[in-house]
Design a protein around this ligand. Structure first.
Ligand code: PPS
Length: 303
């Protein structure tokens, strides 16, 4: 990849439309990164059978999975993962720079990222053999991580208190809508979609090597042990935190205010315990129980 392709998308993050929220088919998206046209393009995207799609609700391990899949498809060679920004090599399907990213990159297989709810992508995925990896994370940790991100990302509304954010999160009034619906809709597709793998942030955290093996088998890219070790070496939190190609320090302060906090914040399981009050915990549990009662899968997180 040349210098231009490494920076694809960066020039578009110029601070325009910072205060715009784009509504599309009932879901909200930050206007800095999305337009009606970019969203329309995503929901009609012509996937190829060799494509890989990483689908997540924000703050669920997206960047981590982008790095893992890049390393797996590079057979553990860190060159691309260390020299090309994640947004250029695993572009967001729904963001405004997708066309530029595709034109600038000749990487194969193509790897896409999306935060879109399943219902927006279902028709584009219909009949496609593209491989989809859905990553989910304990919703309480998602809420805490997303709250901190709202405070450093100028393209998201700044919600003064965690209490206020938690309310909006549980009501589904953050982008791209309800965590509960996102996770239920995507994960329930595993019953019928052979080309969909659901993995959790917690599984990656507890057994990174085993998760890499599982993912590489799913991607039909089996790896030797030393290749698995290399993938793991370059995807642990401490290494990714220092890698400019994934830690978002390439973005200017008017987009991410680096003085207020890091994108790679702490990367732990159960950090919610440091922020939730007992009252917030009860509030969360009550909503979670009612929203997840019809979920066919096992609810894997202790909330
Ligand atoms: S985004 O904005 O939706 O793309 O964010 P996303 O990448 O999904 O989530 C960011 C959180 O993932 C943590 N992270 C990691 N945790 C453990 N190990 C690795 N390698 C790793 N890489 C990213 C990141 O720190 C954010 O979580 P919090 O809890 O805020 O630290």
């Amino acid at each position: 990849m040349g210098e231009t392709s490494k920076l694809v998308g960066l020039s578009l993050y110029d601070g325009a439309r910072l205060d715009v929220t784009e509504m599309f088919q009932g879901f909200m998206f930050p206007g800095l990164l999305h337009t009606q046209e970019s969203l329309h393009c995503a929901v009609n995207f012509p996937f190829q059978d060799t494509d890989i799609i990483i689908a997540t609700y924000p703050k669920s391990g997206t960047t981590w999975m982008q790095q893992i899949v890049t390393l797996i498809t590079s057979r553990g060679d860190p060159n691309i993962a260390q020299t090309v920004p994640n947004w250029a090599r695993t572009p967001w399907l729904e963001q405004i720079y997708l066309k530029d990213a595709l034109e600038a990159s000749s990487l194969t297989p193509r790897i896409f990222t999306t935060h879109l709810p399943y219902q927006l992508l279902s028709s584009a995925l219909q009949g496609s053999k593209a491989k989809v990896i859905y990553v989910s994370r304990n919703p309480k940790d998602v809420a805490v991580s997303y709250y901190h991100f709202h405070n450093i990302a100028s393209f998201l509304p700044n919600l003064a208190t965690f209490q206020e954010f938690l309310h909006q999160f549980l009501e589904g009034k953050v982008s791209p809508g309800s965590w509960f619906d996102h996770v239920k809709d995507w994960t329930s597709q595993t019953a019928t979609m052979n080309n969909l793998l659901h993995i959790t942030y917690e599984e990656l955290w507890q057994d990174l090597h085993g998760s890499i093996k599982r993912l590489s088998a799913f991607l039909q890219c089996p790896l030797e042990d030393d290749e698995v070790n290399n993938c793991a070496k370059h995807t642990v939190f401490s290494v990714m935190k220092e890698n400019k190609m994934v830690n978002y320090t390439l973005l200017p302060d008017n987009i991410i205010d680096h003085s207020k906090g890091s994108f790679m914040r702490n990367g732990k399981i159960g950090d919610w315990k440091n922020l939730f009050t007992e009252e917030q915990d009860q509030y969360f549990k009550g909503i979670c129980e009612s929203k997840m009662k019809d979920w066919p899968s096992e609810f894997v997180w202790e909330v």
